[in-house]
Design a protein around this ligand. Structure first.
Ligand SMILES: O=C(O)CC1=CCC(=O)O1
Length: 281
């Protein structure tokens, strides 16, 4: 069945499809306890909803939606250009179809950029936000650097970048102790559609959410791995400092994909955000 024919219909694997306002099929999965605290989790570049598998298993009292962003996983892969604002609107469209009037939003890396864009455009839908291993802006060289990464993927193939990604994403010890997790992430990475990957890289190069940060009026936590060199601790510190009342947590011995590396700490961060949001209500 094509995604178009599967509008909001659940498949045998538990994956359902929502239709965005511009007609794109978004694959998502709902887990946990219906009626529990609502959470939407947004994954990083070139991966998919499975980034959150280890976190979801630790939050079984919550009502959780994980989705494949457009251009990723089982979601439709429209032609580019892409932009984080549209990715953010996709979250609002999905929540609208679920009848969710608000949720805690958590995004990792690219997902953190999407979460910020979503929050800027749909602030009433946000109870609280967790920004993980991410940034509001990749810097002034970012447009060229991200396009160079996309060009390498086109000319040499995604497999040529697998080792670079594995060391960027996972600490050495995690890689030795959890080879199946690393292998799974690499297989998702190398299966990407190259046009969608290139369009997403360009999107990240152009993303600049800095002007929105001071206007967030809900609880925000920023979390980063202490060994993250994609979005280093200093970047996370700047991000937290620009958001009123935001907290910063540095996870020791973790690198860039902390929802996979440190699921206990990420689940705890989500729970504690909920407590803050409830206390503020
Ligand atoms: O640079 C990387 O590969 C890490 C990364 C940046 C955006 C994202 O989602 O992952």
């Amino acid at each position: 069945m094509s995604n178009s024919a599967a509008n909001a219909r659940e498949t045998a694997s538990g994956v359902a499809y929502a239709r965005t306002s511009d007609g794109i099929g978004l694959a998502y999965r709902r887990s946990g306890r219906p009626g529990g605290p609502r959470i939407v989790l947004i994954h990083s570049l070139a991966l998919d909803a499975s980034v959150w598998d280890r976190v979801v298993g630790r939050l079984d009292d919550a009502d959780i939606v994980t989705m494949d962003c457009r251009g990723h996983g089982r979601s439709d892969k429209p032609a580019g250009p892409y932009n984080v604002e549209r990715f953010g609107d996709d979250i609002a469209d999905l929540m609208g179809q679920l009848g969710w009037r608000d949720a805690v939003i958590a995004g990792c890396s690219m997902g953190g950029c999407v979460a910020q864009a979503f929050a800027a455009r749909h602030p009433k839908l946000v109870r609280a936000m967790l920004l993980i291993d991410t940034t509001a802006w990749y810097g002034e060289n970012a447009p060229a650097e991200w396009r160079a990464r996309a060009a390498k993927a086109r000319s040499e193939g995604l497999s040529s970048m697998a080792e670079f990604q594995a060391t960027r994403w996972f600490g050495d010890r995690f890689g030795m102790e959890h080879p199946a997790q690393v292998q799974h992430a690499m297989s998702v990475f190398t299966a990407n559609d190259i046009d969608a990957y290139a369009a997403t890289c360009a999107m990240l190069g152009d993303a600049d959410l800095r002007r929105h940060l001071g206007s967030f009026r809900f609880p925000v936590s920023v979390v980063v791995g202490e060994e993250d060199y994609a979005t280093p601790v200093e970047t996370a510190r700047d991000l937290a400092a620009a958001i009123p009342g935001a907290s910063l947590t540095v996870l020791s011995a973790a690198r860039h994909l902390t929802p996979i590396e440190c699921p206990d700490q990420i689940a705890d961060a989500i729970r504690s955000l909920f407590r803050r949001a409830t206390a503020n209500a």
